[in-house]
Ligand binder design. Structure first.
Ligand code: F3S
Length: 113
């Protein structure tokens, strides 16, 4: 039951969830939003407490109209993103190691707010 970052983060990327928020270093910086690696998330909830726009939430709390973000979060790590040679993968070693990723899942790249 990992946490998921939903539409409110898109084109906002406040960053409070990163700044001392996530102890697991599992929040990765995409082009339009942040993404939580579901395999690295420890479900502590620090991201949800810090996000000023309510974008981060437990997957079971994601409302019906935002359900696609759960799948999108998984695909961000399992599919080869534009401009990259291979998927980031389930166990990339933490966001600090990977650095900023200037790409999004296809769903997020095409998402209209
Ligand atoms: Fe996005 Fe909220 Fe973090 S807007 S960058 S999930 S603090």
């Amino acid at each position: 039951m990992p946490f998921v970052i939903t539409s409110a983060c898109i084109d906002v990327k406040d960053g409070a969830c990163l700044d001392g928020g996530c102890p697991a270093d599992c929040i990765y910086t995409g082009g339009r939003k942040m993404y939580i690696n579901p395999d690295e998330c420890t479900e502590c909830g620090a991201c949800a407490l810090r996000c000023p726009v309510g974008a981060a939430m437990l997957d079971e709390m994601v409302p019906e109209e935002e359900q696609e973000f759960i799948r999108s979060e998984e695909l961000f790590f399992s599919e080869t993103l534009p401009g990259r040679d291979e998927p980031i993968g389930d166990d990339p070693g933490g966001a600090a190691k990977v650095g900023k990723i200037d790409a999004d899942s296809e769903f997020v790249a095409n998402f209209k707010k």
